[in-house]
Write a protein that binds this ligand. Structure first.
Ligand code: SF4
Length: 346
């Protein structure tokens, strides 16, 4: 097994992760969308299972060449809310800071797949980072800064420290949140130096772990998260609801329990975005609601994520949970319990 990330079709062939007869088509996919699997992820793939949920997330597929008219390179509308490079200011009290455009792995369903990758814009230059920090400083309604990208935890501790020092000097920024897959896909990277770089005097740091299948929550991944949490960093989770990966209440229940056992509060369950070449991953909102309804009652309230949709065009998130309440003409309300049984509430 390779001790570095697999990033080319030839490397996937050499590791027997794709079949030789598929290589010409997958080369076309690789020409358009970046590929990367860390050794941890390549090890997790069950090569005997053609439907392996880890493989489905990271190995390229011919279906990615199919782009539907409703799909977009900017499905959640980052560009329309970007006042300066590296900043997305969609909601009044928080901004995204996209400091880097590379990831340790490239998810085949990525909502920013046209923006991330080794051929993308790379890391924000010192001048652009300065301009992004100046924007945050000038807007005193910004309470939270969310570092996303790309995966900010691919940055060196030195670069992370420089960003955190910049944010630490802005009094109205209280919360700094990192969106990352690193604790699960490259757990050894979560070491003393990186953890120290995520903390800033007077600020609260959150790490939001992106993981979609319980098998990603290995012992090493859980230990990496424990190192972050023991250092005083709070953790929440993000999961994308994906056909062929986790479109099953039992799998999602196991994943949410794994988060909670690791002291990670389940936060978002994202309906998949209209990213190009990802229709094979998408299910309908009605299918998603049925799965979320099945989670209720099955797992503790602590384990329940918020099921959300990013409205295309940059209009932000909407809760798309199944509705437990319907109103009657009489004015009474019908409440549905976790078994699906209706009850009248005056
Ligand atoms: S880690 Fe996030 S930004 Fe990177 S490829 Fe996966 S979904 Fe996209």
């Amino acid at each position: 097994m390779s001790d570095r990330a697999l990033t080319t079709i030839n490397e996937l062939l050499a590791e027997h992760l794709i079949a030789p007869e598929n290589a010409p088509t997958l080369t076309k996919v690789a020409d358009r969308y970046a590929i990367a699997l860390t050794p941890t992820i390549a090890d997790l793939i069950d090569r005997r299972d053609p439907l392996d949920p880890i493989a489905a997330q990271f190995l390229p597929k011919a279906a990615e060449l199919l782009q539907l008219p409703e799909e977009s390179g900017d499905p959640i509308g980052d560009h329309v809310h970007s006042p300066v490079e590296g900043i997305v200011h969609r909601y009044p009290d928080r901004v995204l800071l996209k400091a880097v455009h590379v990831c340790p792995v490239y998810c085949r369903f990525c909502f920013r797949r046209e923006m991330v990758g080794p051929d993308g814009d790379g890391t924000l230059s010192a001048d652009k980072l300065k301009a992004a920090l100046a924007y945050i400083r000038e807007h005193d309604d910004i309470w939270e800064v969310i570092l996303t990208g790309g995966d900010p935890l691919v940055l060196s501790p030195r670069r992370l420290t420089a960003i955190m020092e910049g944010l630490a000097a802005i009094p109205h920024v209280r919360i700094i949140r990192f969106h990352t897959r690193v604790p699960a896909v490259d757990p050894a990277r979560i070491d003393v130096a990186l953890i120290a770089a995520l903390k800033a005097s007077g600020k609260t740091t959150y790490v939001a772990l992106h993981a979609n299948h319980p098998r990603e929550m290995t012992a090493d991944a859980r230990a990496a998260c424990a190192r972050l949490i023991d250092a005083g960093i709070a953790m929440v989770s993000q999961t994308v609801l994906l056909r062929g990966v986790n479109d099953d209440a039992t799998i999602l229940a196991d994943l949410m329990r794994a988060f909670v056992e690791t002291r990670i509060k389940p936060y978002y369950l994202h309906h998949p975005d209209l990213a190009p070449g990802t229709s094979h991953f998408r299910l309908s909102i009605a299918e998603g609601q049925a799965i979320v309804a099945a989670l209720r009652g099955r797992i503790s309230g602590l384990c329940q994520p918020s099921y959300v949709l990013d409205i295309p065009g940059g209009h932000g998130k909407a809760l798309v949970h199944p509705n437990d309440i319907t109103a009657e003409k009489s004015g009474d309300i019908i409440v549905t319990d976790f078994r699906g049984m209706p009850h009248r509430y005056p």
